[in-house]
Design a protein around this ligand. Structure first.
Ligand code: ADP
Ligand code: ASP
Ligand code: MG
Length: 408
């Protein structure tokens, strides 16, 4: 049996014509496989149409006081419910035996963390039973059901994760994620028009790029694909290009110094000046922050000049800035000043090739220096370097780095 999972993002389902077009892509892929193999079954995962989730979020904001996250999820999940029904209807019109199954019918079990729920289990039983009567089952992305039977959502962009989790559950032969670009590019093609589409990328590099701001794939979808070795392909909805295959590192894969560049402008910088330089202070700052479930990204602590005080700088998501400031103000530490800056951007370069190419960091710093861009914070790992700069320089920095490393 050949099991095919296809996911269509909101950008590919903007209106009824777009849904019809996506249904034709499903039919095409299904019939194509059927010619080679008799027993083909498919799962189609859909996002909400166009920007309808943004509109649903805005509607919930009319009632913010004492808002129950549970009801927020009821509203948000409705976008995918509509598109799943419409996709099933469009497929039936194409004479494909298709039906829609909602998250609770599959069921897609999640934990109870509304609006950021994680998938815990997807039993195959109901899908396999439905495949006895239908060839394609359409499932709304982004939603599941909590242990106490409430609708949950997985976090913005979460339909990618639904697709990969379903692919894992049914041991799919391929998980094709259709979107509005030809594949994974060396940088966001909207920012760098000369960016190149990659034929393949390792899970590890894609995971870094996604978590560093390349929103083309949901980070948790890449994490899951990597953990379960699911073959995932990012493909265009509007043409037949093969797209980009996510895979394990192969001996024959090229190792350019830099595979891709990501830009994140959703972070804010916090600096504590004149913090006491003694054991335990960092823990006193960061423990209460983590207890509030605030993720801290880059952290820099300066070497103390007088051996008494030091400065600590770190970044959090912009949405967490106000609550993080409250935590710090309640923190029993002394400091001489507290500064914040929400006008920052993080530019990151990612590549397995960094393990074998020397001098990437110095070339990167020289590239920004040549264009008068000041670097505020630097953080590195084995296959990435991230730089925090002024937000107004973000896109230009990506273009300069792309030119220096990828277009030379
Ligand atoms: P969908 O609605 O299909 O989920 P998204 O908007 O979530 O689509 O993701 C596709 C977008 O991701 C593209 O339009 C592109 O602008 C952006 N993007 C960011 N970084 C990259 C990259 N490295 N390669 C390709 N696309 C990228
Ligand atoms: N519709 C949701 C969103 O816009 C989930 C998704 O599209 O992946 O975030
Ligand atoms: Mg997306």
């Amino acid at each position: 049996m050949y099991r095919l999972v296809q996911k269509f993002g909101g950008t590919s389902l903007a209106d009824l014509d777009a849904i019809r077009h996506a249904a034709l892509r499903v039919k095409e892929a299904f019939l194509d496989k059927q010619q080679a193999q008799a027993d083909v079954k498919g799962l189609v995962v859909v996002s909400a149409m166009g920007d309808s989730t943004d509109r649903l979020v805005a509607q919930t904001q009319a009632y913010t006081s004492n808002c129950q996250q549970r009801d927020y999820d009821v509203v948000l999940a409705s976008g995918e419910q509509v598109s799943s029904g419409l996709m099933a209807l469009a497929l039936c019109q194409q004479n494909i035996r298709a039906c829609a199954m909602q998250g609770w019918q599959v069921p897609i079990y999640t934990d109870g963390n509304h609006s950021t729920a994680r998938i815990t289990d997807i039993p195959q039983k109901n899908i396999v039973a439905a495949w006895r009567s239908y060839d394609i089952i359409v499932v709304p992305g982004f939603q599941g059901i909590s242990p106490d039977q409430h609708i949950t959502t997985l976090g913005r962009g979460g339909s990618d994760t639904t697709a990969v989790a379903l692919a894992a559950a049914v041991q799919a032969d391929i998980c094709d994620i259709y979107t509005d670009v030809d594949g994974i590019y060396t940088a966001d093609p909207r920012v760098v028009p000369s960016a190149r589409c990659l034929d393949q990328i390792t899970y590890e590099e894609m995971l870094e790029l996604a978590s560093l701001g390349a929103r083309v794939l949901h980070t948790r979808c890449v994490e899951l694909a990597m953990a379960r070795s699911i073959p995932v392909r990012l493909r265009p909805t509007t043409n037949n290009n093969e797209g980009t295959l996510l895979q394990q590192e192969g001996a024959s894969m090229e190792q350019p110094a830099i595979t891709g560049i990501a830009l994140e402008d959703d972070e804010a910088k916090i600096t504590l000046l004149g913090v006491q330089d003694r054991p335990g202070v960092a823990a006193q700052i960061f423990t209460p922050i983590s207890e509030q479930h605030i993720s801290v990204d880059m952290i820099v602590q300066n070497v103390s000049a007088d051996k008494k005080t030091t400065d600590v700088t770190f970044t959090v998501a912009k949405k967490d800035l106000a609550s993080c400031m409250k935590v710090i103000k309640d923190c029993p530490i002394t400091y001489s000043a507290l500064r914040t800056d929400a006008n920052v951007a993080k530019v990151s370069v990612v590549g397995r090739g960094m393990r074998s190419h020397a001098g990437i960091a110095s070339k990167l710093f020289a590239t920004l220096a040549a264009h008068g861009i000041n670097i505020q914070v630097i953080s590195t790992s084995e296959i990435k370097i991230s730089l925090l700069i002024d937000q107004s320089n973000g896109k230009a920095a990506v273009r300069h780095i792309h030119k220096a490393f990828i277009e030379q």
